[in-house]
Design a protein around this ligand. Structure first.
Ligand code: FAD
Ligand code: SIN
Length: 610
């Protein structure tokens, strides 16, 4: 076939496969001829299908070199035929949901879901419940792979010695890792950032309600008076005073600086709202109340790319390497394509996040949470913690695991605390309020679990919806119930209409009087009176693991004897101490940016001296 004919054939095939992808339409296949039809009838994996159009070379051989773990060349081939993710976002939309429109950040690659030689999976299925089926797809499932798997291959890689050398290796491309990477580059270090998942951003990309910071320019512009000391007091109180006070002082003391740092890179953190346990509005998010995490991690990602951080996805760190003096000297990595290899580094930052998605591990520390769903991304399983433990770090507070009070069991989505912060109330099946909705989440979660059925309804009106962009995402996922009046909504969710009307009337009276006489809720932002009215069924789900690696105020990892492990730093949800027994909503993004920055800077300094 001459090249233009082949190209035409490929384009036709690509068009057909896009149709097939979106509508699962076998009949469409017959449009392009018998050969393709045969492949459609017996597909195993995408590679089978693509072989009809060409050979392995069409996808795999890159002029720029062999296959690497980011699968850059392969993904570019997908895009060349099928168009980019952004272009595909508006195709195949069903009821407002498109499989290619997402809140994921960075270079979301086609091969994250379309695995080629294995059954494809829908990454979104790891959290959400969608009707979408992608062709040749298996349901998302993940088994925990211990870090000591393939010991023979690991030993061989260790014996082969370092394949590369750099100043700083950062493990985990979530919010702490990306912050550390940018900060280490700013301090002049060469940085390799290793992420085990195909999609970067970790839990940080999912963050919704905001980033806590005190004494910021955005607060001042909105006339909000706040003090760093109040943020310290709120954080200590929320954490039941089990927090490391020195770390909390750093958190609050640097919080407004961290907002400025992100803003200098292009972040918009001008909307400020209330989260549970806070005395004042200090949760910063983009204009209109859009999710904070996808925005902040995208800004950090772009910044890391601009600063030439060497970012490697599909690259899991399974071991920290040490010299005879017990100083950290690098990492053993498992790359999806490249297998095991060693990177020698002067300093390593562990930014591997928490383990809320690993229910076996969660239940080991807190048996009450056995069988609970989690709000987290699929990679939050704790293998980074295993790596650190194997290297001799001390840990603290692992027994403190937080459930987020409002998770939609139908949609598989956490409903941000900001919905309550902006005015929503919680009612039980009798149509009555039962708690101060913006108390700390340990108390709110316990109160919901104590209701009939172990769940409750978040109730809000159209004015709350208009105040928070994040709510549009929930509406698009079709699990929000709606009524033109409170009574109609009550019928839709099966609670007594007269009770719900009474509850709303007394709440609106409290709002007018400026005092919640029932539960002492400190913020009453608006009346709930503008139709339509909305309800979301919610129940607690495992959300945040407060404990982790013990660090000092320079993010240096410690041993059980309190000794510093030279060359090893840690930041973010992988660490313990900042949040004590219970984290306040909005404090994690502050934590990961501030301590990520410190870790990157400290690691770069250390590398310079060694
Ligand atoms: P993560 O962002 O989880 O990143 C860790 C990364 O390390 C992951 O990408 C993981 O895949 C990778 N990794 C792990 N092990 C390895 C390994 N061995 N090798 C290589 N890579 C590895 N907090 C707030 O303050 N405000 C909010 O509004 C908010 N909303 C949230 C909403 C949701 C749905 C969730 C789940 C959390 C929310 N949080 C919020 C909490 C906050 O997002 C997290 O605590 C925080 O982002 C953790 O950041 P991190 O960088 O420490 O970890
Ligand atoms: C939320 O938006 O409710 C989550 C906030 C957090 O975990 O800090």
């Amino acid at each position: 076939m001459d090249s233009s004919l082949k190209r035409l054939f490929l384009l036709g095939l690509a068009f057909c496969s896009v149709l097939f992808v979106f509508w699962g339409c076998r009949e469409t296949a017959t449009m392009v001829g018998g050969q393709v039809e045969k492949a459609f009838q017996h597909p195993q994996v995408l590679a089978d299908f693509h072989q009809v159009s060409g050979s392995c070379k069409d996808c795999h051989i890159s002029k720029s070199g062999p296959i690497e773990d980011n699968l850059t060349h392969e993904n570019n081939q997908c895009v060349e035929c099928h168009a980019s993710l952004a272009k595909l976002a508006d195709v195949g939309v069903r009821g407002g949901v498109s499989p290619h429109r997402s809140h994921l950040i960075g270079a979301v690659a086609c091969t994250s879901c379309h695995l080629g030689h294995e059954k494809s999976v829908s990454y979104c299925d790891a959290c959400h419940s969608f009707e979408h089926q992608i062709p040749f797809a298996g349901k998302w499932e993940r088994t925990f792979v211990p870090i000591d798997t393939d010991m023979m291959a690991q030993e061989q890689a260790l014996a082969a010695g370092p394949r590369e050398t750099t100043d700083v290796v950062i493990v985990g491309a979530g919010g702490a890792g990306l912050s550390a990477a940018v900060s280490a580059r700013e301090a002049g270090a060469n940085v390799i950032l290793l992420e085990k998942e195909p999609i970067p951003g970790g839990n940080a990309k999912l963050a919704a309600g905001g980033m806590n910071a005190a004494e910021t320019k955005s607060q001042a512009a909105l006339g909000i008076t706040d003090e760093k000391q109040i943020m310290i007091d709120d954080t200590m109180k929320g954490g039941r005073n089990l927090n490391d006070l020195a770390l909390v002082k750093i958190l609050a003391g640097n919080s407004s600086d961290s907002v400025d740092w992100l803003t200098s890179m292009g972040a918009d953190l001008t909307d400020v709202g209330r989260m549970g346990g806070a005395s004042v509005n200090r949760s910063h998010r983009p204009t209109g109340g859009a999710g904070v995490g996808a925005h902040v991690t995208q800004v950090l990602w772009d910044s890391a790319v601009k600063r030439n951080v060497d970012i490697r996805l599909n690259s899991r760190v399974v071991r920290l390497l040490k010299d005879s003096a017990d100083n950290v000297t690098g990492v053993l990595v498992h790359g999806k394509v490249s297998g095991y290899y060693v990177i020698k580094a002067d300093a390593v930052v562990m930014a591997t996040g928490g383990f809320a998605k690993n229910n076996d591990r969660v239940a080991k520390y807190d048996p009450k949470l056995k069988g609970f769903k989690a709000t987290n991304h699929p990679g939050a399983v704790g293998d980074g913690l295993d790596v650190a433990l194997q290297a001799g770090v001390a840990t603290r507070d692992l027994e403190y695991i937080q459930a987020h009070p409002t998770y939609s069991p139908v949609g598989g989505v956490m409903i941000t605390e900001a919905v309550r912060g902006n005015g929503a109330i919680l009612i039980n099946r009798d149509g009555q309020r039962f708690v101060n909705e913006i108390t700390t989440r340990d108390k709110a979660a316990a109160a919901i679990l104590a209701q009939k059925g172990g769940s409750a309804y978040l109730i809000f009106d159209h004015s709350v919806r208009k105040s928070l962009k994040k709510i549009e995402g929930y509406i698009n996922l079709h699990f929000v119930r709606e009524g033109q009046s409170a009574a109609e909504l009550a019928v839709a969710i099966g609670v007594p209409a007269a009770e719900l009307e009474k509850t709303l009337a007394s709440y609106n009276r409290f709002k007018k009087a400026g005092k919640d006489e029932q539960f002492g809720r400190p913020n009453l932002p608006r009346e709930l009176a503008l139709a339509p009215f909305y309800a979301i069924e919610v129940t607690p789900a495992v959300h945040h693991t407060m404990g982790g690696i013990t660090i000092d105020s320079r993010t240096r990892a410690k041993t059980v004897n309190g000794k510093t492990i030279e060359g090893l730093y840690a930041a973010g949800e992988a660490t313990g101490g900042v949040h004590g027994a219970n984290r306040l909503g909005g404090n994690a993004i502050s934590d990961i940016v501030t301590f990520g920055r410190i870790a990157g800077f400290e690691a770069a300094q250390y590398a310079r001296q060694h």
